[in-house]
Design a binder for this molecule. Structure first.
Ligand SMILES: CC(C)(COP(=O)(O)OP(=O)(O)OC[C@H]1O[C@@H](n2cnc3c(N)ncnc32)[C@H](O)[C@@H]1OP(=O)(O)O)[C@@H](O)C(=O)NCCC(=O)NCCS
Length: 436
């Protein structure tokens, strides 16, 4: 990566120093820099090995930018002034298709070094490398909505912050099925990833999870750090054949909270029945007046399950996954199509990674995208021009082409937009409850 004078960058795998069971200094310094960037407490050295173990399981690559010209009393120059990490995990792009996505995380630039183009250089080099390595999609979850559009990322999925009034217990319209058991936390740590795999396989927009999720679901780690969370409780739902197909983790917000509230920190269901039965369990907790869940689907079936739907409230909606198309042809051919039709897409990409024109034809769930390479578009086929960030937003069907056109990200006739919507809309809104 090209850097300005005095700055030096390096990429490495998180790791231990073979001779010392402690974390190696390079990784510890990198983690300390991330903590500075996100205004978190300094890392506790005793907890670093567990974090590094999790990072290794995630297959993370860490990138650091160092300032060799730091003044004398400045923080150790071995602590980077910028951090960036990547890993690959699978994304459900519809029809049960799982596609590897290049995930970007831990992006920080020290306040003293901001707005000098350090992020731009890191992300441009990284996305270019990921495309060369054969990845069709990149993704991230953003701290601020204003940063990543310029790099071609578009908001693609959202979740709802929900609140349910459970005073006197929740009544469900459908009869109960299967059973729910309070989990042995040590066992949930190993069962949760299996249940999640089934959820991932069946949920458009779901993304493979980092190791930290299993540590938190089981209370081995707290939400904020890697110390145990003694207040967290877990439950597992078993279907009528006794097969586990869902889990939830929750904790009381304390007796001082008015009304007494239980926060659901994670809830993963591989089937609709599991989703319903986990909520039935949570809604039956005595001494609890309110449940909150900050990662609910925007098309949440929960209010439709209740005898009194007005007990359910949405307090807010947040974007989760931001998608960046790296290779347009590969991305278009990877996804599932529920409609059929043909369109010419001209993609505009200021980073020069995904731009060009393609003739997309979809039928029977599968699409083929032929590059036009400057040649003429097939006559009679509708055509649109689309910005690469708008294509990222459209990709999972989380927003309609007409809405994106109204916002200016797609240019085309009304007929062309209707074709795009028939091709890309997927029915249920994509659902990703994974942050990274
Ligand atoms: C966000 C952050 C990484 C930006 O790093 P940076 O090196 O200052 O960014 P750059 O100088 O490369 O800026 C690149 C472009 O993004 C813009 N930009 C950067 N951060 C921005 C922000 N927070 N809001 C709006 N625009 C931003 C710059 O204005 C610049 O625009 P231009 O190239 O179109 O003129 C840095 O401010 C930071 O560490 N913030 C705190 C941690 C954080 O939020 N990280 C993101 C986690 S998802």
């Amino acid at each position: 990566m090209q850097q300005e004078a005095g700055l030096r960058s390096a990429s490495f795998a998180p790791g231990y120093d073979g001779a010392d069971p402690a974390v190696d200094a390079r990784t510890a310094n990198w983690l300390d820099a991330v903590k500075l960037g996100f205004h978190e407490q300094r890392a506790d050295p005793a907890r670093l090995p567990a974090l590094v173990d999790a990072y290794q399981r995630d297959g993370r690559t860490l990138t650091a930018v160092y300032d060799d010209l730091a003044p004398e009393a400045a923080w150790d120059p071995a602590v980077p002034v910028a951090t960036y990490a990547t890993m690959v995990n699978t994304l459900n792009v519809g029809g049960g298709r799982l596609v590897p996505a290049h995930l970007v995380t831990a992006v920080t630039v020290r306040p003293t070094h901001r707005r000098r183009g350090i992020l731009r250089r890191m992300i441009t080099a990284d996305l270019t490398g990921a495309r060369k390595a054969g990845l069709a999609l990149a993704a991230l979850t953003a701290s601020e909505a204003t940063i990543y559009g310029r790099f071609g990322f578009g908001a693609a999925t959202s979740t709802a912050e929900t609140m349910v009034d459970t005073r006197g217990g929740l009544e469900f319209t459908a009869p109960p099925s299967g059973s729910v058991a309070v989990a042995d936390s040590a066992k949930l740590k190993f069962l949760a990833p299996e249940i999640y795999r089934a959820h991932l396989a069946g949920t458009l927009g779901a993304l493979g999870r980092q190791h930290g999720y299993w540590m938190r679901a089981s209370g081995t780690w707290s939400e904020e750090g890697s110390e145990p969370d003694k207040a967290l409780r877990g439950v597992i739902r078993y279907n009528t054949d006794g097969v586990p197909d869902g889990y939830a983790a929750y904790k009381s917000q304390g007796w001082g909270t008015e009304p007494h509230t239980v926060k659901v920190t994670d809830l993963i269901a591989a089937t609709d029945e599991a989703y319903r039965e986990l909520w039935r369990y949570l809604g039956s907790l005595d001494l609890v007046d309110r449940l909150t869940f900050n990662h609910a689907p925007v098309a949440d079936p929960l209010p439709w399950m209740l005898a009194d739907r007005r007990r359910y409230r949405v307090a807010g909606v947040d974007d989760v996954l931001w998608l960046r198309i790296l290779n347009t042809q590969a991305a278009l051919e990877a996804r599932h199509y529920s409609g059929s039709g043909a369109i010419v897409l001209t993609v505009k990409d200021s980073l020069g990674l995904a731009g060009g024109s393609w003739h997309l034809q979809a039928d029977g769930g599968t699409g083929t995208a032929a590059a036009l390479d400057g040649g003429p578009a097939p006559s009679g086929t509708a055509a649109v021009e689309i910005d690469v960030d708008a294509l990222g937003s459209l990709y999972l069907g989380g927003v309609s082409a007409r809405t994106l056109a109204a916002a200016g990200g797609i240019r085309g006739s009304r007929d062309a937009l209707e074709i795009l919507d028939a091709l890309f809309s997927a029915g249920a809104a994509p659902y990703c409850s994974t942050h990274f």
